[in-house]
Design a protein around this ligand. Structure first.
Ligand code: MN
Length: 669
């Protein structure tokens, strides 16, 4: 890729029609100034540096931002990379532009001790910057986008680091602000550098099946257009290309092959009014059967980023599932451009920012003017839990960041500070308000723990402590100081174990009557297409167990029934071809799993013995089956889950202690 700065500047000049004459002049003069300032500098690609700010400005012009944002984009790197000061910018282009450039510069300046702290800090600074002016974030996102587009020129380490940072912070942030075009592109580029093989694989598959898919979608489209026409509704139907990262995400989340991802297929119906959206939904549901649990009404309940649409998934021709989105043209524009759609520069409106004040997100952001308020805002909670996934960050009163697992409580916090603080904590405050010790903490709270030397750990604390550090400290204290409580604890645990044994289907026999199966229902489920947590029933005729090839079908009124693929009864079910759905086994939150084969003398209580032995190593028995092979000998296969891979080595030794077991070996798969 080679860019000629002059040609690029011409392109920029050519796109300024929507700005007033005076504004155009200012933008052009900013471009000239930036060209002069950066003129000896080069990008990693070897190109003149100025092509970067020019591209960033072009991205923002496409988002139709106001002229001050465009000027700030052109100047966004001058403070960092040239001799220009904030004051110079103010003198040339005024206070607003100065603040925008300064805001963008500050975000890049943040360099903290560790990666996690740096991320938390980056997010915090960005959110604070947003409070002042949302345009700062939009400029930063455009800056990131162009840097990502030219990532190939950096070394491998930097590529990976930048790509990961994009996935962790910038893409979710763009998503939060509803700018799906930027979010999707950032995600796709990140995937390309983090996992090039998968990226190419998806790319190839998507382009190979293109014609096939287009034909199919054309047929669906015709049916919808025809039905809408009969109702007198004018619509536009768009086939929707899912971006690569969303396909990858689904494959990863459900351990599926790309061939198994059905809703690669998607359609979007655009109409004029909200009322038409609902009419069209009715039409679609008359044409094809809706899949229950897949309908979402984001028109009645818009997302936090203002996204509005109806979503439904239907069982379409050839039993294929299609996701259909229905929305008005205006809703569609908002969905593509998000917050930027509300920052539209309108000719003749001078500096009015169209409806920006209507955005709930902006109003929320504007109310933040202290850390305490920042912490209490649910938006921050939302964005952080999305950005940071299973971790929360809280602050000490001095402002140090403490990283804790999700759902951690003040007890975990106290033990994190110091064992003595933990052992004597009485109560805790979050953002100045007293909270129960058992209450899960949330992101960005400032936590204060009060201690009293006469207080000490209670057995119930073990229920509330989430970190292993806190739990082991509590147990240690109880062992040393309160052995009675520890006795209660061991009895409680025993009871719990007995209760859990009820999950063992010892009596359940498969049709052959020689097979005993075990399924830990806390650990095993079934995923349908890409949906989890769907209620399914297992057909009684064939009794599928984990590992069997299975299919599901949509029953009339009884949800989805799962059969073995080989079940002879399937062919007798009416319209079975249209009603079949793909289902797959899913182990819920597996850590490290191992599969073992054993030979044993007797099957009596064998599963519960195995389970107890593994529980001692803090593992779980997930599933298994035992079969009588010949007189007095049992063959069995089972899967267990351990905290980590290293623990798996201890399993064989521990199971050899069970008297009935003759031999044991680890197997693949
Ligand atoms: Mn830059």
């Amino acid at each position: 890729m080679e860019w000629n700065p002059t040609a690029l500047a011409d392109e920029l000049t050519g796109k300024l029609a929507m700005y007033s004459g005076g504004e155009r002049e200012e933008i052009i003069s900013a471009a000239r100034w930036a060209m002069g300032l950066h003129h000896n500098q080069k990008r990693a690609s070897g190109e003149p540096y100025i092509i970067h700010p020019l591209h960033v400005a072009l991205i923002l012009i496409d988002l139709k931002l106001d002229h001050m944002s465009i000027i700030a984009a052109l100047l966004h790197d001058v403070i960092e990379d040239t001799n220009v000061t904030k004051k110079d910018i103010r003198n040339e282009f005024g206070k607003d532009v100065e603040l925008l450039v300064d805001g963008v510069t500050k975000i890049s300046e943040i360099k903290a001790k560790s990666k996690t702290i740096q991320e938390a800090e980056t997010i915090r600074k960005m959110l604070f910057a947003m409070v002042k002016d949302i345009r700062v974030i939009l400029i930063k996102l455009a800056d990131k986008l162009h840097n990502m587009r030219t990532l190939e020129y950096l070394d491998k380490d930097k590529q990976k680091k930048n790509a990961q940072e994009c996935l962790d912070i910038y893409a979710p942030l763009a998503g939060r602000l509803g700018i799906s075009r930027i979010k999707d592109e950032l995600e796709d580029i990140s995937l390309k550098f983090l996992n090039p093989m998968v990226y190419e694989h998806i790319k190839k598959f998507v382009s190979e099946k293109k014609t096939e898919r287009a034909d199919y979608l054309e047929k669906v489209k015709r049916a919808i257009l025809g039905a809408a026409g009969k109702e007198g509704i004018e619509i536009d139907v768009k086939a929707r290309a899912k971006h690569f990262y969303s396909i990858y995400y689904k494959m990863k989340k459900h351990s599926k092959q790309i061939q198994e991802i059905y809703d690669l297929l998607g359609l979007r119906i655009l109409c004029r009014t909200q009322a038409e959206c609902y009419t069209l939904l009715g039409i679609v549901h008359t044409l094809w059967m809706p899949i229950s649990g897949r309908f979402k009404d984001y028109i009645a309940m818009p997302k936090a980023n203002r996204y509005q649409s109806l979503h439904t998934t239907v069982m379409c021709y050839e039993g294929k599932m299609i996701e259909i989105q229905i929305r008005t043209f205006e809703m569609d524009h908002t969905a593509e451009n998000g917050i930027a759609a509300h920052w539209l520069y309108k000719k003749g409106f001078s500096k009015e920012h169209v409806r920006i004040e209507d955005l709930a997100i902006i109003n929320k952001l504007k109310t933040w003017n202290s850390r305490a308020q920042l912490a209490s805002t649910e938006f921050l909670e939302e964005i952080k839990s999305e950005l940071l996934k299973d971790t929360i960050y809280v602050f000490t009163p001095k402002g140090d960041i403490i990283e804790l697992p999700k759902d951690a409580t003040a007890i975990d916090f106290a033990y994190h500070i110091h064992t003595e603080v933990g052992n004597h904590c009485v109560n805790a405050k979050a953002d100045g308000h007293i909270i129960p010790l058992r209450k899960p903490l949330t992101n960005a709270q400032v936590i204060e723990v009060q201690t009293n030397p006469n207080f000490h750990p209670h057995i119930n604390w073990l229920k509330y402590a989430k970190t292993s550090r806190a739990r082991s400290k509590i147990k240690h204290w109880l062992n040393m100081n309160d052995p009675d409580q520890m006795l209660i604890l061991s009895q409680q645990e025993k009871k719990k174990e007995q209760a859990q044994e009820k999950h063992v289907n010892k009596k359940e026999k498969a049709p052959s009557k020689t097979r005993t199966t075990y399924m830990n229902l806390n650990k095993i489920g079934v995923v349908i297409q890409n949906e989890k947590n769907i209620m399914v029933r297992f057909a009684l005729c064939c009794k599928a167990v984990l590992g069997d090839e299975i299919v599901g079908y949509v029953s009339r009124g009884r949800g989805i029934i799962v059969h073995k693929k080989s079940c002879p009864n399937l062919k007798y079910i009416k319209d079975i071809e249209e009603r079949l759905v793909d289902v797959a086994w899913e182990t819920i939150m597996p850590k490290s799993t191992g599969r073992y084969r054993i030979r044993a003398k007797t099957e009596t209580d064998l599963f519960s013995e195995i389970e107890q032995a593994i529980r001692k190593l803090k593992g779980n028995l997930i599933e298994g089956h035992l079969e009588k092979t010949y007189e007095d000998s049992i063959m069995g296969i089972f899967t267990i889950e351990m905290e980590n891979h290293g623990e798996l080595r201890k399993v064989i030794k521990s199971l050899q202690g069970i008297p009935s077991i003759i031999s044991i070996q680890r197997i693949q798969g």
